[in-house]
Ligand binder design. Structure first.
Ligand SMILES: Cc1cc2nc3c(=O)[nH]c(=O)nc-3n(C[C@H](O)[C@H](O)[C@H](O)COP(=O)(O)OP(=O)(O)OC[C@H]3O[C@@H](n4cnc5c(N)ncnc54)[C@H](O)[C@@H]3O)c2cc1C
Length: 307
């Protein structure tokens, strides 16, 4: 792990730093690389542009960890509105939602009501898919629990995310395979203790490959969220060896990262989905992108110095 990863992830939780970076010209210009913009129109434009390149989209309204019922209802309304716009504009897009944006920190029942409202609207609009993002380990069990409750209530336009740095993920992959639920597999973006997650990148990567194979063999349209070319090549080798057709899975990457690879894979006939975040609450998202690649931080500071 880069020595900067941990301090940057710790800073992603600092309210003072958030206030400073969010109102700072350099921070705002850094965010522009990873975030489509602050408004719904910015997000829709980014989605249209990606669709023109043959890339599917998942739109994320930024704003995790709300601490009041009113904020959770406001986030839910943003998502309901977003779903309406996706349907109206016939975008090739689904949505990604964090349960803490819908009130998981406030009250489980409130969060369940909010996500149910989102899933119901998405289903009524022709079955738009709703991905429930995975947050830090304090939420893993609760997220999977709510996901299962939604599944038992009959919603099939939803799926969740599993992180290969978590020890429990292989078991969760089996659970999702049994449910026939769609999984996005990623490495994991949060600061986790060694009691729950691998500390070594090589272990996280090997677990990714193991879970990837299980999802390709027995899963339901898995999404492989990574920019790691080594792993992407392993996926390509595996599907060729096992004769798994391209329509059985998708690659997923983040807006603004490895656009070249996104276009290349789409050009080769693979399904590629870009995760497109938007909204004014971009600070923790930006810091996680900085932590993944501290060179981004130096790039930002260098630009600021030159500017
Ligand atoms: C579509 C999508 C959805 C995700 N959803 C979740 C989620 O719900 N929960 C969660 O915990 N995490 C999520 N993540 C983040 C994920 O867990 C990783 O933190 C992130 O993808 C970086 O890991 P990597 O697989 O790209 O591999 P790494 O080994 O970290 O990186 C491989 C290469 O990718 C490039 N790269 C990676 N990150 C960056 C960056 N920030 N800036 C520039 N280049 C970069 C670099 O070239 C790097 O060498 C998601 C990622 C994607 C792509």
């Amino acid at each position: 792990m880069s020595i900067l990863k941990e301090p940057i992830l710790k800073l992603s939780k600092s309210a003072r730093m958030k206030n400073f970076v969010s109102h700072n010209r350099i921070g705002r210009s850094a965010a522009r690389r990873f975030v489509a913009g602050e408004t719904l129109e910015d997000a829709l434009k980014a989605a249209r542009d990606m669709n023109k390149l043959g890339i599917h989209v998942s739109l994320d309204y930024l704003g995790e960890n709300v601490f009041s019922e009113a904020e959770s209802v406001a986030s839910t309304e943003q998502y309901l509105n977003l779903l309406g716009m996706i349907a109206r504009e016939k975008l090739d897009a689904n949505i990604s939602v964090k349960l803490t944006a819908l009130g998981l920190d406030v009250d489980r029942r409130l969060c369940l009501n909010n996500i149910t409202a989102v899933l119901t609207r998405a289903r009524d609009l022709g079955g738009i898919f709703v991905r429930i993002d995975m947050e830090s380990s304090e939420y893993t069990e609760r997220t999977i629990d709510i996901f299962k409750e939604l599944w038992q209530s009959g919603f099939r336009n939803t799926g969740t995310v599993l992180q290969s740095y978590m020890y429990r993920t292989e078991d969760d992959v089996h659970t999702m395979i049994e449910l026939k639920a769609r999984v996005r597999l990623c490495k994991g973006a949060y600061l986790e203790p060694p009691t729950v997650a691998y500390a070594e990148k090589s272990d996280t990567d090997s677990n990714y490959v193991k879970c990837m194979q299980q999802l390709l063999d027995n899963g339901n349209y898995p999404g492989f969220a990574t920019h790691d070319e080594k792993i992407i090549n392993q996926i390509l080798d595996y599907v060729k060896a096992q004769n798994i057709p391209a329509e059985k899975f998708e690659f997923q990457m983040l807006y603004g990262i490895r656009r070249d690879l996104q276009k290349k894979l789409a050009g080769l006939g693979y399904n590629v989905r870009a995760y497109v975040p938007y909204g004014s609450q971009w600070y923790p998202y930006l810091m996680r992108r900085m932590a993944e690649r501290p060179a981004n931080l130096f790039f930002m500071l260098n630009n600021a110095w030159r500017g």
